[in-house]
Every structure is written in C-alpha cells, then in structure tokens.
Design a protein around this ligand. Sequence first.
Ligand code: ZN
Length: 223
Amino acid sequence: MLTLTQVKNKSAARLTGLLPVVAAAAERLTERTYKRGVPIVITQGLRTIAEQDKLYAQGRTTAGSIVTNAKGGYSYHNFGVAIDFALLSADGKEVYWDTKRDGNANKVADWAEVVDEAKRLGFAWGGDWTSFKDYPHFEMTFGLTTAQLRAGIRPTAAQIAAAMAHITKEDSYIVKAEDANDLIKRYLQPAWAACKQKGDAAGMQEAHRLANELRKASGQKEQ
Ligand SMILES: [Zn+2]
C-alpha cells in the first residue's frame, strides 16, 4: 500500500509547467481521491506545442494510430490548464483506464469518484463532452477558448484568485506554506497592486482577504 507521499511523487513531474492554480488543484485531487481509497496518477500535464504537433502527426504522417484531433496550440494541454489521469493499484504497480473498476469496493466506480472530486475542485471533465469524449481529461479554462489562449490572453488575477479560494475552501487538507506563498506572490499581490492603481478599494480588500485565507489554510499568521 503506497503512502500519500509516494502516490503524489508519481505525479510530481507532470505538474511542472502547469498554471499554479491548476497544479494546486491536481495535487488536491490526488490527496482527496487517495483519502477515498482511490489512488490516481496524473499521466499528462503541460504538453508543448512541438510535442502536440508530434502527437498530431501520429497516425497521419508518422506511424501509429491517431490519438488526438488537436494540432499544436489547439489543446488546453498546450497552455498548462489541463491534466489527464489514470487509476493506480494500491501498490502503485498497475495503471488502469477501466472506468468501471471499483478498487475500494464501495460499489461506486473509482473513475466516477475521481470525476466527482475533480468537479468539486473546479475542473471540467472531458467525459461530459458531446462530440469526442475524453474520459481521462480535466481542464480549468476560465472561459477562455484555445484561440484566445493562442492570442496570448490569459485568465485574470481575479479569476485565478477566485479559483484558488474555491480550492482552499473545498480542501480539508492544510495547504503547504510554500505553495500558499507562491500563489500569493504570483497572483494576489499583483491583483492587489492593480486594484490599488485603479483606486479599487473593494478589490484590494478582496485580494487581501484571499491572501489571508491562504495563509490561514497553510498554518501561517494573517497579515
Ligand atoms: Zn487531456
């Protein structure tokens, strides 16, 4: 039986390069599903545009079968806002894509338990798509299309702050102090400064409140 740390270590490399709030949500998802007796592994995170192009070529201009309909820049993976997962056996030696598997024997498919937790954390699920269902896929798009992302548009500090606050609220675990401080530094301090410049007192207060929520959740003193 793997410990939570061992399970998280299996996915750690895949979280690199993700938008920090998406990485935090993926980490929480791994913790929360583990608590349910459903260990998971994140199999895919950020995919560079070159990697996506290579994947798109597979089954078209290179050997193998077609695995994606998205060219480079047309997948949310290319912008660090999507993850794919698979189920893990208790000893971590087997990986499953069986959506009916019930490893924790609670008569609910493990896959559905993972989807349930992911949605609560604010992810949208590829299995809900009508045209091409992508069961291992979760994304947090902040209402942006890949066209907007290709054009360089990114989620606003307010959107990130709201998503972060949601994750913190949903999370019964203590957030790591370094993660909390990283998120504060990257998003909430710039959001606060931007509000200050606009003379938006309510915005400043909200950014301050969210930063303190994160500090509290990570066992630090409020400021
Ligand atoms: Zn995916």
